[in-house]
Design a protein around this ligand. Structure first.
Ligand SMILES: Cc1ncc(COP(=O)(O)O)c(C=O)c1O
Length: 481
């Protein structure tokens, strides 16, 4: 029930013996009257002089209470005027909290935030994991006991260290070693920034380099998270077609500010970018003018031949950012990724990293440094490579045997997912819908296109699923088509 003028003071009961000070009591009781709707939006409160006199307290007590409620957004208090209630009362029944929204109306967002909604992409699936969701490694095969020991030792070391400095270089050194030996990346530990994800690396790079209106080239179809990060920063994102050699340069276009690519296993097709194409793109990039971002998200997994080294290793002029993640090689819950930055940009990215607080947990960094140094990381990768290789072949065989008439599987030389193109028609999104209703989760190739989709098919994950699960999913698919 709204309170009528003059009775506000009658509803307030201040206990002078209470431990809680008078200002705190008054603040909390006024807050409550607003929260429950008894003092409605637009309602003017008595002046501080009048309320102080009615309650028998000092004017300062009332003024402080009004100031506190104004700071919390419940009141608008301007000098010389009676304070006004600015929220619609009505408590959230579950939490007891009142909606803090002060004024209605559309918030005026920054240009960056305004673009987020248009560029959002369905990356984090809310629903439980279903076969054959792409982009997943098998978390069930992760050596949790070994990892738990590394985490425990990291926590114990932190407890012993007390006020000593955290060792921030150990993981970066281990990573520099690993990347040089297995991916041909040329970098010192100082060039590596450890972040909570590869996506964080893309966002930092965009924030550091993109001026609204700059051109950014990406693969089409490609990884939506990259297009989103660059678009949100105001870039004009242009999709480059693919052929057998990977991303193609569109003739007649001036060199862009940045080129994003996944040369080891193109996302989503799994194709390997040829050496000729790598050299062509490197040749057109200029330090300070055109940069390349190489996303090597699942380069650890290769099955048919020796892996092709990273493009970053061919760059002698500091034009390439090399981005990686532990989401695929370990588990996505670990939340660790990294970027190897060109020497001239390390300092800027480090400052940007601190500004936006994209600092990865030191405990987990130390545990991972030990996991790598003790050989567990390489052992895990070796085991997963064998397992995923067999699963890839199992899925390809199943698709050929049961769905050969409708789908044509492209066999990637590595990675954790594959593309199966529709042999007839273009209705890949309708197929995805039918399949998900039957319990098989896939991704439509056309949904990964930047412009008008040219490719129609399904993106299927094989790494996260046991062979019997893959067989069951293929049988379900066959019954749906
Ligand atoms: C091509 C590609 N790059 C980057 C990522 C993101 O990795 P992270 O989980 O570390 O952000 C993904 C995730 O699916 C991906 O497919």
């Amino acid at each position: 029930m709204p309170v009528s003028e003059g009775v506000i003071s009658a509803l307030i009961e201040l206990k002078r013996t209470d431990d809680e000070g008078l200002t705190a009591q008054l603040t909390s009781q006024l807050r409550d009257l607003i929260a429950t709707g008894r003092l409605g939006k637009g309602r003017a409160l008595p002046s501080s002089r009048r309320l102080a006199s009615d309650l028998g307290v000092s004017r300062n007590t009332v003024t402080y209470a009004f100031e506190q409620l104004a700071a919390e957004g419940y009141l608008e208090a301007s000098h010389g005027r009676r304070p006004m209630v600015t929220v619609d009362g009505g408590r959230n029944e579950e939490t007891g909290a009142v909606a803090p929204s002060v004024r209605s109306g559309k918030p005026r967002l920054s240009p960056w935030a305004s673009k987020l909604k248009q560029t959002d992409w369905p990356m984090s699936y809310q629903a439980p994991l279903k076969p054959l969701r792409p982009g997943q490694g098998d978390a069930r095969e992760f050596p949790n006991e070994v990892w738990a020991r590394c985490l425990r030792r990291s926590a114990v070391r932190a407890a012993k260290r007390e006020l000593g400095p955290v060792n921030r270089t150990r993981l970066r050194q281990a990573l520099a070693h690993y990347l040089a030996a297995s991916r041909g990346v040329r970098a010192t530990a100082d060039q590596i920034l450890i972040l909570p994800s590869a996506q964080a690396a893309l966002t930092l790079i965009a924030a550091a380099l993109i001026t609204p209106g700059d051109d950014v080239w990406v693969e089409d179809p490609g990884y939506p998270g990259a297009a989103a990060a660059f678009r949100a920063s105001g870039a004009r994102v242009m999709g480059m077609k693919l052929d057998e050699q990977g991303m193609q340069r569109m003739p007649g276009l001036a060199a862009p500010k940045l080129i994003f690519m996944t040369p080891s296993h193109q996302h989503p097709t799994g194709r390997l970018m040829s050496l000729a194409r790598r050299t062509e793109f490197l040749g057109m990039s200029r330090p300070g003018e055109t940069w390349i971002v190489e996303d090597d998200y699942d380069g650890e997994f290769h099955y048919d031949s020796r892996p092709v080294p990273a493009l970053q290793g061919l760059d002698a002029h500091g034009r390439v950012f090399y981005v990686g993640t532990f989401s695929k090689a370990m588990t996505s819950d670990i939340r660790l990724g990294y970027v190897v930055a060109p020497p001239g940009l390390v300092g800027t990215l480090e400052i940007a990293q601190r500004h936006v607080g994209l600092i990865a947990s030191s405990h987990i960094q130390e545990a991972l440094a030990e996991f790598i140094a003790d050989g567990h990381f390489l052992a895990h990768l070796r085991r997963m490579r064998r397992l995923y290789h067999a699963r890839r072949d199992h899925l390809v065989e199943g698709l050929e045997r049961h769905l050969g008439e409708v789908l044509s599987a492209e066999v990637p030389s590595g990675g954790i997912q594959l593309v199966a193109r529709l042999k007839r028609g273009r209705a890949d999104q309708a197929a995805v819908q039918r399949l998900v209703e039957a319990g098989v989760e896939t991704r439509a190739l056309s949904s990964l296109a930047l412009g008008r989709p040219r490719d129609h098919g399904l993106l299927l994950g094989f790494a996260a699923w046991r062979e019997n699960e893959i067989s069951a999913a293929v049988r379900t698919m066959a019954s749906c088509f």
